[in-house]
Design a protein around this ligand. Structure first.
Ligand code: ADP
Ligand code: 5GP
Length: 177
């Protein structure tokens, strides 16, 4: 199965995805490629960090399940190669989620939202994003929500992180059954 965690930037997708992998057995988190530079303090394995030429060469080879330009950088999901018996978990933006849904109509899309724009802004700032990027990411959120709510199989509001993780874990467990 393919599970997709999508949503605007700063709503907590990454926090939820990594907690799900610790909590649920047989769930394999895909590692995306990006042309964005690593953030200060970001783990080196958060993405495969590449330059634009390397990214575009992989696009030309058909090496991505999906890819999109997000906030001026390119992000892509390599064709997943999970160990046998494991489900795939993708944490991607809504454009990528639409592409996955087109290729895999049975993929389960969980759309994450922050409880308010103000909370989303505080999370982006707390994470240390630069101010101009915060503004850009907030400005994109209303359109991402329109597309994402329409596409989603489930919408989860990440108010309290522990509670939201429980809710998404329950969705994945019930879909597996
Ligand atoms: P995304 O992957 O959607 O961009 P992150 O998982 O990086 O978002 O979360 C953005 C910031 O918000 C991080 O600093 C994270 O620790 C924090 N965060 C995540 N969920 C919550 C929550 N429920 N309440 C408060 N802060 C949160
Ligand atoms: P960030 O720069 O904050 O790590 O990510 C910016 C946005 O790109 C987030 O919405 C994140 O989910 C999305 N993203 C990360 N990896 C991928 C990917 O492989 N494909 C797509 N389409 N979006 C991605």
């Amino acid at each position: 199965m393919i599970f997709v965690i999508a949503g605007p930037s700063g709503v907590g997708k990454g926090s939820i995805a990594s907690a799900l992998c610790r909590r649920l057995p047989n769930l394999w988190l895909s590692r995306s490629w990006t042309t964005r530079p690593a953030r200060q303090g970001e783990p080196a394995d958060a993405y495969v960090f590449v330059d634009r030429a390397t990214f575009d060469a992989r696009v030309a080879e058909g090496g991505f399940l999906e890819w999109a330009e997000v906030f001026g950088n390119r992000y892509g999901t390599p064709w997943p190669e999970p160990p046998a018996g494991e489900d795939v978990l993708l944490e991607i933006d809504v454009q990528g989620a639409e592409q996955v849904r087109d290729r895999h109509p049975d993929a389960v899309v969980v759309f994450i939202e922050a409880p308010s724009r103000r909370a989303q802004e505080a999370r982006l700032r707390g994470r240390g994003d630069p101010e101009e990027l915060i503004a850009r990411r907030l400005a994109a959120a209303p359109e991402e929500e329109l597309v994402g709510r329409d596409l989603a199989d489930h919408i989860v509001v990440n108010d309290d992180l522990g509670r939201a993780i429980e809710e998404v874990a329950a969705i994945l467990e019930s879909r597996r059954r």
